[in-house]
Design a protein around this ligand. Structure first.
Ligand code: SAH
Length: 204
């Protein structure tokens, strides 16, 4: 599947039915999700690999990984309602994904998810609850050698400090994340947020 085709396919997926601000529920826009996944595919991190999507929400990244030939995909989220949408989305595209309900803050990621090759994720950026992204990074490093994660632009110093001696950032891909007016505190119809996709490689 070509990049453009992946993007158009992911565009068909449903968004959150009633997004919750406290969980920073913003569906990953299809062009950004496709860029992350395609890049990971080209690096040999998707096809034939075991992939996990942490905070999978509506399932865009998990489903995309399945469509690109991952051997198995697990999607994890705290919110049952989001997972119901994710399951519908997976059915719509005939993608095989195992969805599990779990709170990443509770730890036990290895037991719940098992080990895998690659994590793809768009975790909360910590706009509502400071440091909300940290348990996601911990979980990702606990289960996979390689992680692709979306962060606010300019996050590298924080991520580097937080993962020191555990992982290294070996790639950064810039992108933008158009946030549609979703919550009462949003003042614009669309706000473009500059983001970066970081590839984290665990240090053995
Ligand atoms: N990648 C998804 C969702 C991104 S939004 C998509 O494109 O649809 C961040 C997601 O993290 C939300 O689905 C939210 O429910 C989930 N989340 C927030 N806190 C969480 C926690 N403590 N444990 C697990 N998932 C959590």
């Amino acid at each position: 599947m070509k990049l453009k085709q992946l993007e158009m396919t992911l565009q068909r997926l449903r968004g959150f039915s009633r997004p919750r601000a406290s969980l920073e529920q913003y569906q990953t826009p299809a062009p950004l999700a496709a860029r992350l996944l395609y890049h990971a595919l080209m690096k040999g991190d998707i096809k034939g690999k075991q992939v996990a999507d942490l905070g999978c929400g509506t399932g865009v990244l998990a489903i995309g990984a399945a469509l690109l030939g991952a051997e198995s995909v697990t999607g994890m989220d705290i919110d049952e309602k989001a997972l119901a949408v994710a399951r519908e989305n997976a059915d719509l595209l005939d993608a095989e994904v195992a969805f599990i309900t779990a709170d990443v803050r509770e730890g036990g990621c290895r037991e719940r998810i098992g080990t895998c090759d690659t994590v793809v994720m768009n975790p909360p950026f910590g706009a509502q609850k400071a440091h909300a992204d940290r348990p996601f990074i911990d979980c990702a490093l606990a289960v996979a050698e390689v992680t692709y994660s979306i962060f606010n632009a300019g996050s590298i110093p924080f991520v580097e400090a937080y993962t020191a001696r555990k992982a290294e950032i070996d790639e950064k891909i810039g992108g933008s994340f158009p946030i549609q007016r979703t919550f009462a505190f949003h003042t614009k119809d669309v706000q473009e947020i500059e983001v970066e996709i970081l590839r984290l490689k665990r240090i053995a």
